[in-house]
Ligand binder design. Structure first.
Ligand code: ATR
Length: 278
């Protein structure tokens, strides 16, 4: 019998990562020949960690905060879309080569599909202008949004991201006049545990015709999503994106197709349970 190959997630901090639970569950269900662990990697040891994993015969790694950009120069090949996003969250070691992928973007789009939400033909407002915002702007464009506009606390950063991604900036005074049926997507960390009493969007501006999407998954029901529910608007939380980026990464490592419908509810319950007991 072949020994099991190692998988893992690298980041700093990493102690509260849900990825070992998520992947452990997929490995057990499908009897994949892998083990999956979390590794805390210091900033000055990133290259050693990647090449060390390769030397040890790892099959792959997930890469999380703060290394999604920093790993790029260490890779032999980068998937075209990951290169466009400028961030890699999944690494495959294969045939002596290190290849980088980005499953966050399609994980995000698949998570909307699970909830029957489409960005096609919608006007999209992206809140935030960091690395996550860049991925979501490109996801919205890939999903053929009608328009993509960026609102950010620091205006200059919104301008820079808009220029890089071929989108436009939404000034603060235009927040109150966003188009009908728009999608408002939070890509900032505002509202994330332990700051659960904060929201990136003013409560008075929520409308029933718009859809509100949060990539924050801890807590599952952020204040942003609660405000959406208060006006009866459609909303989607971040846990689906977490699940789907993981499923897509496991497909890359295993070479097997994993059915989303067969796994989504069970994985969501598992992760939500883990968030509660943290
Ligand atoms: P990431 O890679 O996760 O996107 P980042 O690159 O540090 O992280 O970007 C964080 C984003 O969240 C930025 O757009 C930041 O706004 P600024 O550009 O003004 O810093 C936004 N953000 C973080 N905390 C915020 C807060 N309390 N209020 C509003 N925006 C916030």
């Amino acid at each position: 019998m072949n020994p099991k190959q190692s998988l893992g997630v690298i980041g700093a901090p990493i102690a509260h990562s849900l990825s070992p639970l998520l992947h452990g569950s997929l490995i057990a269900k499908y009897d994949f020949p892998f083990t999956y662990s979390a590794f805390h990697v210091e900033n000055d040891m990133l290259a050693e960690a990647i090449y060390g994993a390769q030397a040890l015969g790892f099959r792959g790694l997930n890469v999380t905060v703060p290394y999604k950009k920093a790993v790029l120069p260490l890779l032999d090949e980068i998937d075209e879309f990951a290169l466009k996003v400028g961030a890699v969250n999944t690494i495959l070691f294969s045939d002596g080569k290190i290849t980088g992928y980005n499953t966050d973007v399609f994980g995000f789009l698949h998570s909307l599909a699970v909830e029957n939400v489409s960005l096609a033909d919608r006007d999209v407002i992206v809140l935030g202008a960091g690395g996550a915002a860049r991925a979501i702007v490109l996801a919205a464009k890939n999903a053929r949004a009608n328009s993509v506009r960026i609102y950010n606390r620091t205006y200059e950063k919104a301008v820079a991201l808009a220029e890089k991604t071929g989108s436009t900036v939404l000034p603060e005074d235009a927040l109150k006049s966003i188009p009908d049926n728009a999608a408002v997507i939070n890509t900032t960390s505002v509202g994330m545990h332990p700051h659960v009493g904060e929201s990136p969007f003013p409560a008075r501006l929520f409308r029933p015709d718009c859809v509100y999407i949060d990539i924050v998954y801890n807590p599952q029901n952020t204040l942003f999503l609660q405000h959406a529910a208060t006006v009866g608007a459609l909303s989607v939380g971040g846990i689906g994106m977490l699940i789907l980026q993981g499923i897509l990464a496991m497909e890359i490592w295993s070479g097997k197709k994993i059915d989303i419908q067969d796994n989504f509810v069970a994985l969501r319950d598992l992760l939500v349970q883990a968030l509660w007991s943290h």
